[in-house]
Design a protein around this ligand. Structure first.
Ligand code: GTP
Ligand code: MG
Length: 665
């Protein structure tokens, strides 16, 4: 049987969970239609999801149709939980992007479609909520073509849109306007089709158009658009035919070497770790020992394969499928299982969190329990990036927004019995290099107390380039373990530059390397005082790197969001000065009937204040949407976050010593 791993993605509240529920019902996996509003869906299973009516975690369910097992992955739409979407992107064969026929294209719709197209994930679009008052599928389709991609084609017509009686009919060979549009779209990527069309369009069989459409959809060149309602079920059968007929289900090679990706981590009832794995190739059986992550292996102690709306205990899982695996105790999200697959992994597709907060245990004695609970949460959600500083023992987490903060607080209380509050949310800045900088420490030359020679050169790279580490010395000049120690420490140290913020983009070249070879006394024991160890390289690297960075100079940048505000026209007079006070810079203001659309930039740290003040400023009628856009240099004094951990030397003392020596040369 073939498998299709299908992501359901959309802006918050577009109807992903309702659609997932409707699909399960339509294919007969469930005999009762669950509802988000009643808190009874399969995929919003967390207490918190049911209470709030929003999806927080991605969830997998599955059904079989036309000889295809479809694994549906319902994802959250709220931007605070974008990391959940990111984690599943690498395991998808296809996606359904849900667009509300009432609201049309929304900011998150744009972000998601951009990413789906960049990753070439075959994507169908589902125009949902055609039954709701205000639904206008024509307008929504127009917005899709204009704001997402022109490579779209409507697959059916909607009657009585905006009413409970709304119905959808699939187009067929007799709908000449549709076939013309299809031909026009498909011929752009198919010369043979173009030639035959020019010769005699009327002679082209519709079945051929459908075949070409499936081919081009599978290559993410075109995006068929379906319409319907998750609530009434209108149009859903046509969508299911599109899912099984147009998206590329795969029949993985079950005899090939095992290759898969861990894309989620869960905890079982007894607190045991469960890894959700998508298998691209091979077969994994219970009691198999399989490679997991960069190094290490794990013994699979039990597994459950996602099937028929739930997961079923099984003795093996084959290529194409998704399974829960027990026994992978050290697995982390993004880890390869077996041979690393071409896709998958922990690649970044969306902007990282731009906020952070200090977690304060309600009882000082609860610090250890809080840290342990947060560390478990971080397994499921690595981007919260839990860290504890060595001096004040404060625990900090990264965040996308305030809703995520509430969810962390509720999860700690309900699942771990740990009560916490938070300090006020602050902004995560980054540092960018101003120039090139170099530093060298030579073995046995003061103030270098370590048995290692390290020279490093740091150079700025374009935004988004990431950190690269290169060798400017012969690879054979030192044992590999020492180079590895330097590279690992460089990457770790760059998480806190001279001002205490991460340096995300930087090229580091190792310009000098030296060590003392392993020395032994006559009786043959290893003498550490005369032989370099990886520890010497680990200890010296931060000092050299920090000296090079300080010489290069770094500038602190703050995250900036783009905002879109829809407000009644008569409040503009009070709104614009209020925006200025929030340090928001409007760039465009456009009239739309009685309302105005104000667009501009605002620093990430002010987004929450804007959200809080908006109802008061607009009589509760204003709607704001914001999205991270870029980093800009901080105006005025640079905020510093100093949590140094440069053992065993104090950074200040070390840098003073370096400065003294440099000055004296
Ligand atoms: N009338 C109507 N309402 C719908 C439809 N689909 C969803 N809704 C309603 O829209 C609201 C949001 O639906 P969800 O299914 O939770 O949306 P979602 O995209 O999963 O939301 P998040 O996961 O939180 O991003 C709920 O109140 C649904 O009842 C539809 O087709 N018609
Ligand atoms: Mg949902």
């Amino acid at each position: 049987m073939k498998t299709l791993n299908l992501g359901i993605l959309a802006h918050v509240d577009a109807g992903k969970t309702s659609l997932t529920e409707r699909l399960l019902y339509a294919v007969g996996v469930t005999d009762q239609l669950g509802s988000v509003d009643a808190g009874s869906t399969r995929t919003d299973s967390l207490t918190l999801e049911r209470r709030r009516g929003i999806t927080i975690r991605s969830a997998v369910v599955s059904f079989v149709r036309d000889d295809v097992t479809v694994n549906l992955i319902d994802t959250p739409g709220h931007p605070d939980f974008i990391a959940e979407v990111e984690r599943v992107l690498g395991v998808l064969d296809g996606a359904v992007l849900v667009v509300s026929a009432v609201e049309g294209v929304q900011p998150q719709t744009r972000v998601l479609m951009r990413t789906l197209r960049r990753l070439r994930i075959p994507t169908l679009i589902f125009m949902n909520k055609v039954d709701r008052a205000g639904a206008d599928p024509e307008r929504a389709l127009h917005a899709v073509a204009e704001k997402l991609t022109p490579a779209v084609v409507a697959m059916g017509a909607v009657r009585a849109a905006g009413t409970r009686q709304a119905r959808c009919t699939a187009y067929g060979p007799a709908d000449t306007v549709h076939t013309e549009r299809l031909l026009d779209l498909l011929a752009r990527h198919d010369d043979a089709l173009l030639a035959d069309w020019v010769q005699d369009g009327s002679a082209l069989p519709y079945s051929r158009l459908c075949r070409v459409l499936a081919g081009q959809t599978g290559r993410a060149l075109v995006h068929p658009v379906f319409a319907g309602s998750a609530i009434t079920g209108a149009g859903v059968d046509t969508l299911i035919s599109g899912i099984t007929g147009l998206l590329p289900a795969t029949r993985g090679d079950t005899d090939a070497p095992v290759s898969g990706t861990v894309f989620a981590i869960e905890r079982g009832p007894a607190g045991e770790k469960i890894a959700l794995v998508r298998l691209f190739a091979g077969t994994v059986r219970v009691r198999d020992r399989i490679p997991v992550g960069a190094s290490g292996t794990a013994l699979v102690t039990a597994l459950r394969v996602v099937a028929n709306g739930t997961d079923e205990a099984a003795s093996s899982v084959a290529a194409g499928r998704i399974a829960r695996l027990w026994g992978l105790t050290d697995a982390r999200i993004g880890d390869p299982v077996g041979v690393p697959p071409e896709r998958g992994g922990a690649d970044r597709h969306f902007a990282p969190p731009t906020l952070e907060t200090v977690v304060v245990p309600a009882h000082p004695a609860g610090r250890a329990a809080t840290h342990a609970a947060l560390s478990q949460l971080a397994e499921q959600d690595p981007l919260i990036n839990v860290r504890q500083d060595d001096r004040q023992h404060e625990i900090t987490v990264s965040l996308y927004g305030e809703v995520q903060k509430e969810v962390i607080q509720a999860t700690l209380a309900e699942d771990f019995g740990v009560a916490v509050t938070f300090q006020e949310t602050s902004t995560v800045h980054v540092e960018r290099l101003c120039d090139v900088g170099t530093a060298v420490e030579v073995i046995a030359v003061a103030p270098n107390p370590f048995l290692a020679t390290i020279g490093l050169r740091v150079a700025p790279t374009p935004t988004g380039a990431g950190v690269s580490f290169r060798l400017g010395v012969e690879l054979g000049s030192m044992p590999q373990a020492f180079f590895t120690a330097v590279e690992e420490t460089v990457r770790r140290t760059l998480r806190q530059g001279p001002h205490g913020w991460e340096i995300p983009d930087c090229e580091v070249t190792m310009t000098h390397a030296g060590y003392w070879a392993r020395q032994s006394h006559s009786h043959g024991t290893f003498d550490k005082s005369m032989s370099s160890t990886a520890g010497d390289f680990r200890n010296l690297t931060p000092l050299v790197l920090m000296a090079a960075l300080t010489r290069a100079g770094t500038r602190v940048h703050e995250p900036v969001h783009r905002f879109r505000l829809e407000v009644p026209g008569d409040v503009l007079g009070t709104l614009l000065p209020a925006l200025t006070r929030l340090d928001a810079m409007p760039t465009h203001t456009t009239g739309q009937g009685a309302s105005y659309l104000v667009e501009g930039e605002i620093s990430a740290g002010q987004v929450h204040a804007l959200e809080r003040r908006l109802p008061g400023l607009t009589r509760g009628e204003g709607v704001v949407e914001t999205q991270f856009d870029h980093y800009r240099p901080v105006r005025g004094p640079a905020p510093t976050r100093v949590r140094w951990d440069l053992n065993p030397l104090d950074r200040r003392e070390y840098l003073l010593a370096v400065a003294r020596r440099t000055g004296s040369r």
